[in-house]
Structure formats: structure tokens, C-alpha cells
Write a protein that binds this ligand. Structure first.
Ligand code: AHR
Length: 521
């Protein structure tokens, strides 16, 4: 089934008060101007696939204040503890680096060895200078502090297959070969064991520097990179730089035996003065994922047969999956170059929860996802010289990563239309569900995208009538457009409520513009 989250629109009713169906422990002593009804079915028997923990990844790039001024202090180049503590809260399992577009000019050897000998280079892609003080080993150290897996992207333009292969040797070589020995000399006796490697970034993008914009050219060069990198370490996983449908068709057909993922990048935005149009833009992404899944199923067999043993490394072992290795929200009104320092309002956080619902609904094909980016640039965390804050979008990232784990379960929604300009054909509610075998908990994620209307929601969960709502985690904010800013660093517009509930209930009221996780056991 392609859309496990089926939506049916109900006619909008407008009962004024909260229905008193709810047991007193759930009754929220808040009255909403308007309440409509909806129904969510949880189809417990219909499992979609494993939710890979790697869908909750992050990305950092040599871009503006993302690394220098974000990850590390701009003056001292020391890791910023305040930022580190915030990223830790995101429990990210994967961190992508060093780009992004910047990989097209990045030479990894600039960022190793004694810091005073590292060259300062112009950042030809994003402007400014790159001091290279935060290089490979600093990145790996950072990953270890975060308990996250590193994901490195190689330069396929001004770099060479050999340079990429040497990087694999430097990171993963355990013997006495020259690059492995160099790493040891730099103070790292143990191999870094970097598993994830990206073969370039957005290589189909014509305006970017480089010359691989023809998919056949990419295929030819990527084979050389893959061979030399896999000969260094046959256990690495490769991510192909995806593009549009045509581009992806060629890459999947020709490169699927040696790659584990093909990437899709997606930045959503809203139309001016129409916040809810953001949700429509995000909805389009699900269609793109579904279309790519279809291509993969048609062109890449689950198992690679007859892989020529003279390649001297094994073919991929698992079915090809999609890596959403850049996703996020890029509004045109951010500060700085290319509008990259975006202030996120509360409706953006609702959009992020929507994205995360999509990743769950498409768990059978989405193998990893890294939010672009992490600090200052299109980021959940913003800094100035002294302080840092969590933007609104931080909170759904933090919440989902904790609880939306295990196996994805299909849901169906009957709700009224959102009826906001720019969001035509969307329902008020957006849902996804997961069941975690370890905790034995089913988590239903529901986003009420309407800015002012509450939704009295009946939860239809026929298989397990005896299950009770055990926990309710709710994120709301003071308004649809409320934002956390560095101007008022101590003010948090986001409200998190957690209730433990014993009663067995069949209906719950979802506040306007809310993100709710209902956890059953
Ligand atoms: O995340 C910012 C930029 O957006 C990345 O460098 C690039 O890959 C994408 O276009």
C-alpha cells in the first residue's frame, strides 16, 4: 500500500465546548473557540516496516556560522558546551559532514595534522574563509561526544577517486599502511570505523561547480569512487547523490549493486502570508518518496545476484533504500547569505512533525534522514557569541526521536479539511504510528495543523480494546507564529505537557496547532 495514512474528509461541525466524553483525568480545563470531530484508526495488523533509527540524523557543513560560531567557538575553536548539550538532547544517531555543496571543493587533508599547519582556504561556495581547524578527527571526536555515527561525503569534483579512497584508509585502516599510520601519528590509534559515505552531493545541479551533471557521467565516475573506496573497506555503506526522476532512474539502474542508498533532498517553505501552505509543500515530498520507491522496486532487485567476484568486494547485502540526507525548512526570509539563518515559528514545528510522520509512514523505503542543518544554518539551535537557544522546530525533533521507534504501523484518518489558504486538499490531522517491541509501547503521533480549531478525536484501535492510554505528550505554543529568539533567550514559546493516564478512553481533544504523542501499552 502506498499511502498507509489514508485521509477522508468529514464535514466540519462547530460544537463550541469540549465534548464531555472524556474521563476527568483527560479533561483539559481549556476551552477552545471551535471544536470539530475526527477519527483515527490504528491498523495494528498492518505493519509498514522498521523505523530505522538513522532517520533521526543531523547534518553540519562548512557554511556560515554552522561550524565556526556554532559547533565551535569562533574565537577559540573549542567545542561550544552549550550547543553540545542541546544537540545531545536530540539523541541523533547519525551526523553528516562536511557538506553539502561545499564538498565540491573540500580536500580532507586540509583538515588533519597539527592545527597551526593547516591551510586557510577561501570558502568558494558559501563565502568567507575556512580555517580547517575542525577537520576529520575533530569531527569524529564530536560524534563520539554525541554518541552518534559519522557520515562523510566525498569530493567528486575537484577531488579524485584516489583521494576519497585515501580518506577511507585514513579513517578505517587498521594496519600499518601510510594513511592509517598517519591517523595513528595524529593521536588516533584505533580506526574510526566510519560506515556511511556519500558519493558526492547534488551532483545533478547544473549551476554548481563540477562536471558530473549528466547521469551517465556520474555513473562512470561513481563506479571508480565506489571501487577504490570499497577496496579499502568492503564494509562501508555508500549513498548515491540522487536528483530528479530521470537522473535517479539511471543511477538506480546502473549503480544499485554497489550502493545502499540513493539520496533525496527536500527543503519545504511557505507562501508569503500563508503559513499552512508549508504543509502542502511537505505533503508533496511524500509523493516524491513514493515515486522513488516505485522506481527502486522496478529497477533494483532486493538481492544482487551474480556480482562479478573480480570486483574483489561484495555487492550490497540489503535492499536499496532512500537516504533523505538533506531535509528541512528553508524560508526566503532568513537572515544572512542565501537566507540561511531562518527564525522558525511554531507552524514550522508542526511541519517538522509532519515530515517525521511521513518518514514513519514510508519506513519501508526511508533508510536514513539527516535534517539540514544543526546550528545557525536552517537550524534547530541558534547561537550568538554568548548564548544559544532551541528554536521551535527543536521540540518535535527531540520528542519523536525519543518515542517514535520500532515498527511503523498504518493509520487512517477521518477529519475535516484544514481550510487554510495554501493548504487545499489537506486534512486537519496528520498521523503516524509505531510499535516498539522493546518497550511494548504503541505510539500514535497526531498533529493538529489548524491554528485555532481543536479536534475531538476518536481513536479507533479495534485490535487492542483493552489497551489504555498510558502517556500523553503534548507540544503546543502561544500561537501559530510564535518563535524563540536570541533577543529573548530565556523566553520559550513552546509548552510541553506530559500526563500519565490510567483511564481507558476512546476520545481525546487535540488542542489547536498541537503535536501529540499518545502512548499505549
Ligand atoms: O543545506 C544547505 C545547502 O542546501 C547544501 O549545501 C546543499 O547540498 C543544499 O542545496
Amino acid at each position: 500500500m502506498q499511502y498507509p495514512n489514508r485521509r477522508t474528509f468529514l464535514r466540519q461541525s462547530s460544537s463550541l465546548a469540549l465534548a464531555s466524553l472524556l474521563p476527568s483525568s483527560l479533561y483539559q480545563r481549556v476551552s477552545f473557540a471551535k471544536t470539530v470531530k475526527a477519527k483515527v484508526h490504528v491498523n495494528f495488523e498492518q505493519t509498514i516496516g522498521k523505523i530505522e533509527p538513522e532517520i533521526y540524523g543531523q547534518f553540519i557543513e562548512y557554511l556560515g556560522r554552522a561550524i565556526t560560531g556554532g559547533v565551535v567557538d569562533a574565537k577559540t575553536n573549542q567545542v561550544r558546551k552549550d550547543v553540545l548539550e542541546k544537540i545531545k538532547r536530540l539523541q541523533t544517531p547519525l551526523l553528516r559532514f562536511p557538506g553539502g555543496t561545499v564538498t565540491k571543493i573540500y580536500h580532507w587533508q586540509d583538515g588533519i595534522g597539527p592545527k597551526n599547519l593547516r591551510p586557510v582556504r577561501p570558502n568558494l561556495i558559501w563565502g568567507g574563509e575556512e580555517s580547517n581547524q575542525f577537520g576529520t578527527n575533530e569531527f569524529i571526536d564530536y560524534c563520539r561526544m554525541l554518541k552518534t555515527d559519522p557520515f562523510l561525503v566525498v569530493n567528486m569534483n575537484t577531488g579524485t577517486p584516489e583521494e576519497a579512497s585515501n580518506w577511507v584508509e585514513y579513517c578505517n585502516g587498521a594496519g600499518n599502511t601510510s594513511f592509517a599510520s598517519l591517523r595513528k601519528k595524529h593521536g588516533y590509534p584505533q580506526a574510526h570505523k566510519v560506515k556511511y559515505w556519500g558519493l558526492g552531493n547534488e551532483e545533478s545541479a547544473v549551476p554548481d561547480t563540477g562536471s558530473l551533471q549528466d547521469p551517465n557521467k556520474y555513473v562512470e565516475i561513481a563506479w571508480q569512487y565506489a571501487k577504490l573506496m570499497k577496496l579499502q573497506d568492503p564494509n562501508i555503506s555508500l549513498v548515491l547523490a540522487g536528483g530528479d526522476t530521470k537522473w535517479n532512474e539511471t543511477l538506480i539502474k546502473e549503480l544499485h549493486p554497489i550502493a545502499d542508498y540513493i539520496s533525496l533532498h527536500y527543503y519545504a517553505n511557505s507562501k508569503k502570508g500563508q503559513p499552512a501552505s508549508l504543509f502542502a509543500h511537505i505533503d508533496t515530498f511524500e509523493k516524491e518518496i513514493v515515486a522513488t520507491k516505485k522506481q527502486i522496486h522496478e529497477l533494483a532487485p532486493e538481492k544482487v545476484e551474480n556480482f562479478n567476484r573480480w570486483y574483489r568486494f561484495p555487492a550490497r547485502k540489503k535492499p536499496l533504500k532512500i537516504a533523505l540526507d538533506e531535509w528541512g525548512i528553508w524560508e526566503n526570509e532568513g537572515k544572512g547569505a542565501y537566507n540561511l539563518e531562518v527564525t522558525y515559528q511554531w507552524f514550522h514545528a508542526l511541519g517538522v512533525a509532519g515530515f517525521l510522520n511521513i518518514f514513519q509512514r514510508q519506513a519501508d523505503i526511508v533508510g536514513m534522514a539527516t535534517w539540514a542543518q544543526t546550528v545557525n544554518v536552517l537550524a534547530p539551535i541558534m547561537t550568538n557569541e554568548k548564548e544559544s537557544i532551541c528554536q521551535t522546530v527543536f521540540y518535535p525533533l527531540e520528542l519523536y526521536r525519543k518515542y517514535c521507534t520500532g515498527t511503523s504501523i498504518a493509520t487512517e484518518v477521518e477529519s475535516s479539511a484544514l481550510e487554510q489558504s495554501g493548504a487545499e486538499n489537506l486534512g486537519i490531522l496528520d498521523t503516524a504510528a509505531s510499535y516498539d517491541e522493546d518497550t511494548k509501547m504503541l505510539t500514535l503521533a497526531v498533529v493538529n495543523r489548524h491554528p485555532t480549531v481543536a479536534v475531538e478525536t476518536e481513536i479507533d484501535f479495534p485490535v487492542a480494546k483493552s489497551l489504555k492510554i498510558f502517556e500523553k505528550h503534548e507540544l503546543t505554543a502561544t500561537s501559530y507564529t510564535a518563535a524563540n529568539t536570541l533577543e529573548k533567550p530565556s523566553q520559550n514559546v513552546v509548552n510541553y505537557q506530559h500526563q500519565n493516564i490510567d483511564n481507558s478512553i476512546s476520545s481525546i481533544t487535540l488542542a489547536p496547532a498541537s503535536i501529540t504523542l499518545l502512548r499505549f501499552r
